[in-house]
Ligand binder design. Structure first.
Ligand code: SAH
Length: 230
């Protein structure tokens, strides 16, 4: 079983975009995951291929119509489909590393990208869409948000990062930010690599990295260290 992502969007031509590059692109070629982008406009029935209408109750902008979107979802994700149905939305559950890791173990995801003011609430409810946010700011559309979500998830699919499948040290994996990294040359603009890293003493290196992680997290993200509020 490999991971399959179906993305419903007004702009299917934006995909795979960055998801087709580097190790993620190779993972796709190797069959570790697949992506299909579905154009929402293909599910319209009128001559003008209308996907949106004015908000009921008034106000600015346009809202994606529920009937068109429901048709697209039903085609892409029939009732026996076990993939979660996600809707990219600033009102959604914040995307986390832990959540990405869970999704990476599953069969994939169906991802709906909003545009304009958003989508009709009735289709969110009727098709059980789970709203996911990539942060507390508002984008113009869900496409980039879907790419962010997929990039975070797909690199965690076993085999995609090749030999580096242990992510234990990475930022957020152990509740901390990652320690600083260095590589050659030994001297860069007069600054040396910290001596401990070239000492060959693996115990000392592990302790130094742990201390650095702890200090960096305390300084930049004390919220990660604070006990979770109930
Ligand atoms: N009126 C909406 C915002 C619409 S932005 C509101 O105030 O909540 C248009 C589309 O961009 C949304 O439907 C969503 O799919 C996407 N989007 C915008 N910001 C996002 C975010 N932070 N996370 C995920 N998707 C986002």
């Amino acid at each position: 079983m490999s991971f399959n992502a179906s993305v419903i969007t007004l702009f299917p031509e934006l995909f795979p975009g960055p998801l087709g590059a580097s190790v993620l692109g190779r993972g796709m070629t190797d069959g570790l995951w697949s992506l299909n982008a579905i154009g929402l406009r293909d599910f319209t029935t009128d001559r003008h291929r209308t996907v949106d209408d004015t908000p009921s109750g008034g106000g600015a902008g346009m809202v994606l119509k529920p009937d068109i979107l429901a048709r697209a979802i039903d085609m892409v994700s029939p009732p026996h489909d076990e993939r979660p149905r996600l809707l990219m939305s600033p009102r959604g559950k914040p995307l986390t590393q832990q959540w990405a890791r869970q999704l990476a173990l599953g069969p994939g995801a169906v991802i709906v990208c909003g545009r304009f003011e958003g989508i009709d609430q009735r289709v969110i409810d009727a098709r059980g869409l789970e709203e996911m946010s990539i942060g507390d700011y508002v984008l113009a559309g869900g496409e980039v948000a879907a790419m962010v979500l997929l990039e975070a998830v797909v690199r965690l699919i076993p085999g995609v990062l090749g030999g580096q499948d242990s992510h234990a040290d990475e930022s957020f994996e152990n509740g901390l930010l990652e320690y600083p990294q260095y590589t050659r040359p030994q001297s860069f603009e007069g600054i040396e690599i910290p001596a401990v890293l070239t000492s060959g003493d693996h115990g000392k290196i592990a302790r130094w990295r742990a201390e650095q992680s702890q200090a960096l997290t305390a300084m930049r993200r004390p919220d990660l260290l604070a006990p979770r509020k109930p």
